[in-house]
Write a protein that binds this ligand. Sequence first.
Ligand code: G4P
Length: 530
Amino acid sequence: MTQNAALPPEIARRRTFAIISHPDAGKTTLTEKFLLFGGAIQMAGQVRAKGEARRTRSDFMKLEQERGISVSASAMSFEFRQYRFNLVDTPGHSDFSEDTYRTLTAVDAAIMVIDGAKGVESQTRKLFEVCRLRDLPILTFCNKMDRESRDTFEIIDEIQENLAIDVAPASWPIGMGREFVGCYDILHDRLELMDRADRNRVAESIKIEGLDDPKLAEHVPADLLAKLREEIEMARELLPAFDRRSFLEGHMTPIWFGSAINSFGVKELMDGMGEYGPEPQPQKAAERAIDAGEGKVTGFVFKVQANMDPKHRDRVAFVRLASGHFERGMKLTHVRSGKPMAVTNPVLFLAADRELAEEAWAGDIIGIPNHGQLRIGDALTEGEKLRFTGIPSFAPELLQAVRSTDPMKGKHLEKALMQFAEEGAAKVFKPMIGSGFIVGVVGALQFDVLASRIEIEYGIPVRFESSQFTSARWVTGPKDVVDKLVNVNKQHIATDHDGDIVFLTRLQWDIDRVVRDYEGVKLSATKEMM
Ligand code: G4P
């Protein structure tokens, strides 16, 4: 992580981040409060209401509604104090984690929300590990302090032990559950009290001159105050103090305690993101690292989403700008095809609605509507040939054969499947033997989503059937050895939508056998997307 004094002020004030959490910890509620304090919405409740309205636009979205999950990620921009926040939303359901992983390649920091009563949960841990792979700085928000929660030291210990990261308290809760009155802001020596009467109101902070300040006793009941003094003393002895460098390097997480639903602790967290969070970071490409402050525009596609209107097969490619100052109408080079691309109708995602982006800076996320030219991993530049790295494609964990129940529609099915593969919604493999396709996903729910989308968007009724294979590995190695492997194991070989060779497996034993018998051949569970 670097802080670059020379960045243009417009870039330096940007904070691009995601919120990660286990389902139900409060990510949606926290997002909503961010938007509220960022002036992007007028009233809490709109994020969900907007979700409802959006869902009615497409039948495929009905699935989200029925299952009560959010399938697609989106990005939202808003102002907070002197900062421009770009909040990239990640789907919380584990079946869609691949999407989430890719989203995390487009951000510079993450906020980890945990439930004060539950602590670190399975999905928290998984997502945290992905952040760690990228050394992302993480701010922690311990939510639902208005309910009975665990002891503060216990929560901090659990994060330290479970996630192997130093935890520095940024605030300290006073009381809990019904007795919860607010927090002591350790970083600024302030008292923050929760307004129980109005969930959307934030009480004024009270400046305190240290823990001996008599003002504390005016606001905090005596027993809670004694406990607070004792705990903070212990915390100062036992826990590390906040160190920004260590945080930016991903070794330490500051933790705030609060209650998203009561708007409590949210502003302090936002201040923390603004004050300590990283500015747009250099992005890695195979050729070199791209610094945000470079004069020329570069960016990469990290997500492709089918447009909401199923009648038009338009797609929106979400592009993270890695450098430069983008202006609407600019001609960029689509590096994979080498073709110029006039970006005339880019969209910025302001929470209230999509808006045409007249300009954007490094760190921003813009949406580019297109007819399928833009794929995940693609680079856009002002001419330079760049290949951004680190956008993973994961080996699917579930494979099924797919066929159309209408035999006349086989050709169309191939086209539909290829589009979904390009969008990153599934892996599609064409086996060497036989005429069908095998579709691979990370979570079972994705099959339902796909079946529903193929039917609605392409009018092809399909059926997924079990397949003898359980996983897939991308094959690389010396050409002669790979050729031999392919010829001898035709029944295991397929190609993906890029034409790359894939080995379909039933058991770990299949993989071990190949590695043993074919020297130099590598079977990998991920492939970097180009
Ligand atoms: P998620 O996106 O991480 O899945 O969580 P979400 O915000 O949807 O919150 C999950 C549940 O937790 C919601 O309750 C929400 O109201 C509640 N919640 C969020 N923050 C707090 C908090 O600070 N304190 C308390 N006590 N509850 C909180 P729900 O009953 O599932 O939904 P709803 O009926 O409130 O919409």
